[in-house]
Design a protein around this ligand. Structure first.
Ligand SMILES: [Zn+2]
Length: 145
């Protein structure tokens, strides 16, 4: 169906709207003076979804791509793999779903729960992991993923 035909129906209109909205870059916040804007390049294939610039996105968040990938597999319940720059997820995965998972990840594993800052790092001590804030110094425990 063409856009012209699609836009005439309510479902079609909503689908286009969702598609357009999901292409709007996602502003996460600031790390130091750097504004973190994520712009996932998502390709949908019949049986899998690829996020082409996944590694770059993880690096912008100052996180290990493996860690972010594990979070996405676990939370979405879908298997996948990390192949150099790309994340491959088995099954259908919408742009909206992906953005929502990134938001959840930032909330849990990047953002300091005390001051809300994003200048944080994950440190391991013995078998535990903590989120350490570079701004206020808070140290919060993290679940293992
Ligand atoms: Zn803090």
């Amino acid at each position: 169906m063409s856009w012209e035909e699609l836009i005439k129906t309510k479902e079609g209109y909503l689908r286009i709207l969702e598609d357009v909205m999901s292409r709007v870059p996602q502003t996460i916040g600031k790390i130091g003076d750097r504004l973190i804007v994520l712009n996932p390049e998502i390709l949908h294939e019949a049986r899998r979804t690829m996020i082409m610039n996944f590694k770059e996105m993880a690096e912008k968040l100052n996180r290990d791509p493996q860690h972010l990938a594990r979070f996405i597999f676990k939370e979405s319940g879908k298997p996948g793999s990390l192949e150099s720059e790309r994340l491959i997820i088995q099954g259908k995965f919408t742009n909206e779903e992906f953005k929502r998972l990134i938001e959840l990840y930032v909330k849990e594993f990047v953002k300091c729960p005390i001051c809300g800052g994003l200048d944080t790092k994950i440190v391991s001590e013995k078998r535990l992991r903590f989120l350490v804030c570079e701004i206020c110094g808070a140290k919060s425990s993290l679940r293992k993923i």
